[in-house]
Design a protein around this ligand. Structure first.
Ligand code: SF4
Length: 277
């Protein structure tokens, strides 16, 4: 396997790390990276991989051929996971990601539903090689109905671009689809209520690799996990799907020194998701 990102990418990320560290040293706690013209310009440079295509050093990704043993759309889930669905029918018979979204558009299966502006189902490629799972929507996500569109989302988008991909190439969602009040961590009953949606998303999308962002999705897919600090970068299997945990972008905004470590995980994810099988 070729070395995926070029030195230019590493220099780009290291420059970003140095910049964030300098801002943090100056007392800045939050940074909106979305309108960062330097970063945007760097990503758009002709010498860098164009959006929508992997870096030159990456072999052309093969068409994603799901493993035959994985659940097919329309088939019942094989995992025996406890569901907390309330009165709603089991989603296993729902055959497409769009119909799954429609099925839950008005969901009130947990208390988070009453406080939302928009249900944030997920967005991206419906046959992705990479699926990112975060914790839950924040204020900006709740307002727009899209995942990872706030400050942390801008950083995730930049990291995806640095992989030579766009958000349209991957799929992005969260453990819970409605915003927890005051952006608190989702509670166990809320995660359990929303889990059938995430479960069916994974089955229908059938990604080559799942990347969990932060503690919440790691604990959902691997309840025995010690925590993201110890488990990040260590691949495990969730049923038939390989999973690579890494830090949540919001953590990177607060701890810019961790960006290089997270970028190493993203490089590893690229290798795993696009390797020839
Ligand atoms: S968080 Fe999930 S289970 Fe709870 S209301 Fe929203 S979509 Fe339904």
């Amino acid at each position: 396997m070729a070395d995926l990102p070029s030195n230019e990418w590493m220099e780009l990320l290291e420059a970003l790390q140095r910049r964030l560290a300098a801002l943090a040293a100056d007392g800045m706690r939050w940074l909106n990276v979305a309108p960062d013209p330097a970063m945007a310009a760097a990503v758009e440079q002709d010498s860098l991989p164009s959006q929508g295509a992997p870096p030159d050093t990456v072999a052309t990704p093969p068409a994603h051929t799901p493993a035959a043993k994985r659940p097919r759309p329309g088939e019942p889930a094989q995992l025996g996971i406890a569901m907390a669905e309330g009165a709603r029918p089991h989603p296993a018979s729902i055959a497409t990601i769009d119909s799954l979204h429609d099925h839950y558009r008005d969901c009130l299966n947990c208390k988070l539903g009453a406080g939302r502006t928009n249900l944030v189902f997920g967005t991206g490629n419906d046959h992705p090689r990479l699926m990112f799972i975060g914790e839950g929507p924040g204020a900006e996500e709740d307002a727009q109905g899209l995942p990872f569109v706030g400050r942390a989302g801008a950083l995730l988008t930049d990291l995806i671009k640095a992989m030579g991909l766009t958000r349209a190439d991957v799929y992005i969602t969260n453990v819970v689809k409605c915003r927890p009040p005051e952006n608190r961590t989702p509670q166990p009953d809320e995660i359990a209520s929303c889990r059938p949606i995430l479960q069916r998303q994974i089955e229908l999308l059938d990604p080559a690799l799942i990347v969990t962002l932060g503690n919440a999705p790691l604990k959902v897919l691997k309840p025995s996990a010690a925590g993201i600090t110890r488990e990040r970068g260590v691949q495990f299997m969730y049923a038939d799907w390989p999973v690579l945990p890494t830090f949540h972008p919001a953590y990177l905004l607060r701890n810019p020194a961790a960006i290089a470590t997270c970028w190493a995980d993203f490089r590893h994810a690229m290798e795993l998701a696009y390797r020839q099988t």
